[in-house]
Design a protein around this ligand. Structure first.
Ligand SMILES: C[S@@+](CC[C@H](N)C(=O)[O-])C[C@H]1O[C@@H](n2cnc3c(N)ncnc32)[C@H](O)[C@@H]1O
Length: 251
């Protein structure tokens, strides 16, 4: 069974549990550096070799003692995170423009994570950019220390258009709780973009309602530093409307 299939199975278990109002299981996940791709990190379920994820013995989230220096030995304290990097168009360009920023992309699809890593390698940015292969929500929740991230980028997340799938959308209050926790104190920016009108409206409502959050550019932001993403290039060619916003988190 592939990791993606395990992810989906675990999500189904969690969904069923939520519907039945029973306790949602928690699983052990470990962070491993890929032996062949030095800036690719696998954040994966722990198993007994049978590919069945192991539940935590106490039912609590499995917290990792992770520091950004583990991933970026030369980091200078400036850390940014991209949620759902796809084929890595944004992170490769952005990391090249900012050799002094340390940027973690994320992607739970194995093939795309490797693709993005290879693109970053060709651009020579592996010292200041890395790819996390795994579920970035749990990585934020269980591995990233509070007050350590400077900015977030989230471009064209999966819209889950069917109503019964809306619960799978990543831009939720519990996700923003983790974003707010890991962002450094002061005013920090979250760059957001989508082509999906309805998801965009819900997302902006979620930001508006979140304590300390202010949408500073609403729907009229340009691509961050002029860098368009892979999906965005396709959608622009198709003439779809694009909604980009910049959100400030203050704490
Ligand atoms: C529609 S694509 C957009 C990719 C890229 N940002 C772009 O604009 O070209 C969204 C990506 O987010 C990834 N993704 C969705 N949920 C994720 C999660 N919880 N953790 C990591 N990646 C995730 C998907 O695998 C997919 O590649």
């Amino acid at each position: 069974m592939s990791e993606d299939v395990i992810n989906k199975n675990v999500e189904e278990v969690a969904e069923n549990a939520a519907e039945k109002q029973v306790v949602i299981p928690e699983f052990y996940r470990d962070l491993n550096q890929d032996p062949e791709h030095r800036s690719l990190w696998h954040y994966v379920f722990r198993t007994n070799g049978d590919r069945k994820p192991i539940k935590t013995t106490d039912g609590l989230p499995h917290k990792l003692d992770f520091n950004w220096k583990d991933m970026f030995p030369n980091e200078n304290g400036h850390i940014e995170v991209e949620i759902g990097s796809g084929k890595g168009n944004f992170i490769a360009d952005y990391a090249q423009k900012h050799p002094d920023y340390f940027i973690m992309g994320s992607e739970w699809d194995y093939t795309w994570a490797v693709f993005a890593h290879d693109r970053m390698e060709k651009r020579g940015v592996l010292d200041n950019a890395s790819m996390l292969r795994g579920d970035v929500f749990y990585f934020l929740r269980d591995a990233v220390k509070s007050n350590t991230v400077d900015a977030f980028h989230m471009y064209f997340p999966d819209p889950w258009p069917k109503e019964r799938h809306h619960k799978n959308r990543l831009l939720r209050p519990d996700f923003l709780t983790e974003v707010a926790r890991v962002l450094k104190p002061g005013k920090r920016l979250f760059y957001w973009g989508t082509d999906h009108k309805e998801y965009n409206e819900i997302a902006l409502e979620t930001f508006d309602a979140f304590p300390g959050c202010k949408v500073v550019v609403r729907n009229t932001a340009e691509p961050t530093e002029g860098i368009t993403t892979g999906f965005e290039r396709k959608y622009r060619k198709e003439g779809r409307p694009i909604y980009r916003s910049v959100i400030e988190f203050k704490k």
